[in-house]
Design a protein around this ligand. Structure first.
Ligand code: ADP
Length: 257
């Protein structure tokens, strides 16, 4: 079991000179074990904040978050987070970056190397195993970060626009890779994106957040078989429906500025 329950969550960020920002207000969402849920919303609506709260990186200002029924009070070893920007150790090679976390899990060296090689093959970076991060392009570094997150076959994967900086072809490959990992390991995924197509392509459900302070506005089940195609008319129906929600929220956000 690996379920996630976000219940009436509120987050207020402190600011300079006592000016606070209410990033999230009364957000509730349930993600069942093995489900792939995408969060869509206008910039600044609190999507990244919500992931940080789920990862236990920040305290809540109200409500509660439960992972497998247990309240989140700090980082949880079952949960990995992939950020928008890679966060690699510059002093380690690509391969050592990828297998770093496996050592913490007490895995033997042979198994660590085997898993590391396997996942590097999947992200097409085996040839760069002995390179250091500064010798790679930005997109390659992000692929290493994704490989590192997925190598341990995590139960929960929290992803904050992980493919935003990748070119179209690499993004398509990484999306396929992620879907394989998800179905192979039955991970539970919460995936933030601002791309409607990406959300419909990947997720079982797409949750639309309101403009700040973020709340859950819509929860749309994507009832399409996989593999999905962006040229499928049924795909387009979801695209239109979600675009309408997003447009409304963008207009609403503009009114408040
Ligand atoms: P999104 O991911 O939807 O673009 P964020 O969660 O990054 O939105 O931000 C939501 C709001 O919270 C914004 O107003 C942002 O400025 C604020 N915020 C985010 N992180 C912090 C932080 N560490 N300290 C103070 N304010 C923050």
């Amino acid at each position: 079991m690996s379920s996630l329950e976000i219940d009436a969550v509120r987050k207020v960020w402190p600011g300079a000179r006592g000016l606070e920002t209410t990033a999230i207000e009364d957000a509730s969402l349930r993600v069942s074990s093995g489900e792939f849920v995408a969060i869509l919303g206008p910039s600044g609506c609190g999507k990244s904040t919500l992931l940080e709260l789920c990862a236990g990186l920040e305290p809540l200002s109200g409500g509660r978050i439960l992972i497998d029924g247990e309240p989140v009070t700090g980082p949880n070893p079952k949960v990995v987070m992939v950020f928008q920007e890679h966060s690699l150790f510059p002093w380690l090679t690509v391969e050592d970056n990828v297998i770093f976390g496996l050592r913490m899990k007490g895995m033997g060296i042979d198994e660590r190397w085997r898993r590391g090689r396997e996942v590097l093959e999947r992200v097409r970076l085996v040839k760069f195993a002995k390179h250091y991060p500064h010798q790679l392009s930005g997109g390659m570094r992000q692929r290493v970060a994704i490989a590192r997150a997925l190598v341990g076959q995590p139960e929960f994967i929290l992803m904050d626009e992980p493919f935003a900086a990748l070119d179209f072809q690499t993004r398509v490959l990484m999306q396929q890779f992620l879907l394989e990992i998800w179905s192979g390991f039955q991970s539970t995924i919460l995936f933030v994106t601002h791309q409607i197509d990406e959300a419909v392509l990947l997720a079982d459900r797409v949750v639309v957040m309101s403009a700040a302070p973020g709340r859950v506005l819509e929860d749309v089940k994507i009832d399409l078989p996989r593999p999905r195609s962006m040229t499928d008319p049924a795909f387009n129906d979801y695209r239109m429906r979600l675009t309408a929600h997003m447009e409304r929220e963008v207009m609403r956000a503009a009114e408040f500025q």
